[in-house]
Write a protein that binds this ligand. Sequence first.
Ligand code: ZN
Ligand code: ZN
Length: 470
Amino acid sequence: MSGKKSKKIFTPPKENSLRVQIKFQNQALTNLRKKLLADGSREYYACLLGQKNIIDDLCIITVKDVYFPDSEYYENQSVTSLRVSGDFLRERLLEIEERIDVDTMIDVHTHPFSNSNVWFSGTDDKDEINFVNYLAEEGAEISYASIVFSQTDYQARYWFLENGRAVKIPALIKTQKVTESIPSSDLKFDAEKKIKVDEMFNRSVLALGLDNMRKITGNQKISVVGVGGIGSILAENLIHMGFNFINLIDFDKLEISNLNRIVAATYEDAVKERVKVEAIKNNLLKINPRATINALNHNVFDFEVEKVLADSDWILVATDNHASRFHIQELAFKYFVPFITVGVNITVEDGEIKDMSGEVILVRIGDRVCLTCLKRLKPNEIAKEIHPDKNVRAGLVQKGYVRGADVKEPAVKTLNSIIANLATDTLINQYTERQRDVVIQVYENNFAPAIYEDVDSVKHRNLNCGTCDI
Ligand SMILES: [Zn+2]
Ligand SMILES: [Zn+2]
């Protein structure tokens, strides 16, 4: 593995061709709507502070903070209109200018009289255009977006100046779990409401229900990073469970010694040293030719991977080293993408298995738990793994300091399968909500097979974590 980051210079796209997503932390959209819509007799307002990240044509605004004005800040508040005092807004603008982790203001208000579909009114348009012009006159380097809620739906948009004129484009709201999301009234996102579940999944519908299968087979994008012993099983599970958009990310080629565990790898693939992601993509498309499978023969540090991960609904992390997990976690928190990591361990001493175990970890932005505070990332190993000098790395491996990518670990398919299946069920549970969420699941096959929840690691995690305490 190379720690080198590849840099590609791209010309920033025109703002009007951006795909804008406003992304919330886990449960944050639910809490916001609950508070704003509790009283249906009047419009309510909230101001969100967010961070804008543009990568290629994708613009992700991550929501960091929510402010509700006290009643004295409402200059006018009725069932069809609303005015919040300039003082309240100026305080928020000052805060954005002072902070380094936010650069965007998002106005939110309700139309409590609308039951389902909702649209910005002519007055909303006028107010927001005035505000964009005000920001420009003040020379404020602050981005601006807005959301309007009805009882069930929303409409959202992102504003910018084009030749001195305020222009808007529709924005999509995204939540950590799709079960928390609400429909957009915008025609642009209308297609997402009409999802037909293919007959291939009739038996899945019987088990999980039509609504859940609609969510799974809909527009969800799942990335699998590392398609080795566990990742290849994860990928096959995803296609069988009904996911229709899967990214496979791995830089490696197949070899004969992979054939004891990589699903879909054939003897011929190994002899010809085919790239792993291509072999697995072929297998997935044979199972479901209508699915979209994106094979990225890349190191996770490559520029091309960043946008793919940022645009994912979930990342399944099946790489076998600390540096790549660390990097994926950084991107996940930057772009608010939830992820599930898997790992296995087989310790053999004097020809005897001393430990055979594995674990699955669930990380969603807003849950205040991550690999760092759970002490699942070892800073020393990351430093060594990404050491730029290949000879130094090789030396560290020989001395036994670095495990993982460069080391041939013992591996068997049965252990990998159990862990991959636990991880897949954890992902499916994000759609069906059949079970309580478990942060760490451990599987051990030593004295007797056992699956249990690692409550201790979660309880004793570092509560002042700099990574997940946003
Ligand atoms: Zn309005
Ligand atoms: Zn943390």
